[in-house]
Design a protein around this ligand. Structure first.
Ligand code: PEP
Length: 259
């Protein structure tokens, strides 16, 4: 059985002491669960101190971004090779990077390759804008984002991949997708992987939902067909809300096991 993944993206929030306090509160409240992975995604600055603070059986770390070249004259950038051994995962192609920083499909492709090359599992974020959904372009957008990101990746690398379906219009807006919309998008994402690597590989890839997740709706998405976890932004900055979301994952997992 695949592990449920609950990831908290802290975005550009919290200085080192604030991040440490949030980590302590989460560590005190969140129990160890062998079938649920909880991933913290602090700012680049907070990664190192938090890596020393966390119980690594309880939490894994992810970076929010990295540069695809391993080293060189790229002032201000941090490479995937520098993040080796510090993080297990890295967000790639988050909608804020695609839309605020104009990250292109080619850049996302290079980052996915660099991430795998350095032993870091990408959490590849894909999703359509409101206009694209209204124009019924969601499937095409998802296919384009998936196919371009995964060019040149081997089948064995792909099996560890994590994809996050994050409709752009649902991120940080309080306007979340319906579980049915998420199920349809996740199906398109898996079909896209299957067309490149076959059905067996596609089934093993974990696909998350992200977009204004809060404790009230977390279970609905965790129970949705094909959804293996959640990428949480705003609510992950609130220890009580993030703990409730992780607890919802515990409960859903427990119910699934009883079946
Ligand atoms: C995110 O940052 O990936 C995200 C889903 O944010 P929010 O939960 O705030 O919409």
């Amino acid at each position: 059985m695949k592990k449920i993944l609950i990831a908290g993206n802290w975005k550009m929030n919290l200085n080192v002491s604030e991040a440490s306090l949030l980590t302590k509160r989460l560590q005190d409240r969140i129990a160890l669960h062998k079938d649920i992975e909880v991933v913290l995604i602090p700012s680049m600055l907070d990664l190192q101190p938090i890596s020393l603070q966390i119980d690594r059986r309880k939490f894994k770390l992810a970076a929010q971004n990295a540069y695809h070249k391993d080293s060189g004259a790229f002032t201000g950038e941090v490479s995937f090779s520098m993040l080796r051994d510090l993080v297990s995962y890295c967000l790639i192609g988050h909608s804020e990077r695609r839309h605020i920083f104009n990250e292109t499909l080619e850049e996302v492709q290079e980052k996915v390759a660099a991430s795998f090359r350095n032993g870091i599992t990408p959490i590849l974020c894909v999703g359509e804008t409101k206009t694209e959904r209204i124009n019924k372009e969601t499937n095409q957008v998802l296919e384009d984002q998936m196919q371009s990101a995964l060019a040149n990746i081997t089948a064995s690398e792909i099996e560890s991949l994590v994809v996050a379906y994050e409709p752009v219009w649902a991120i940080g807006t309080g306007d979340f997708a319906t579980p049915d919309q998420a199920v349809a998008a996740v199906r398109t994402i898996r079909q896209s992987i299957a067309s490149l690597y076959g059905n067996a590989v596609s089934k093993n890839v974990r696909v998350l939902y992200g977009g204004s997740v809060n404790p009230d709706i977390a279970s609905d998405f965790l129970k949705a067909e094909g959804v293996d976890g959640l990428l949480v932004g705003g609510a992950s900055l609130n220890y009580a809300q993030f703990t409730d979301i992780v607890d919802a994952a515990f409960e859903v997992h427990h119910d699934l096991e009883k079946r």
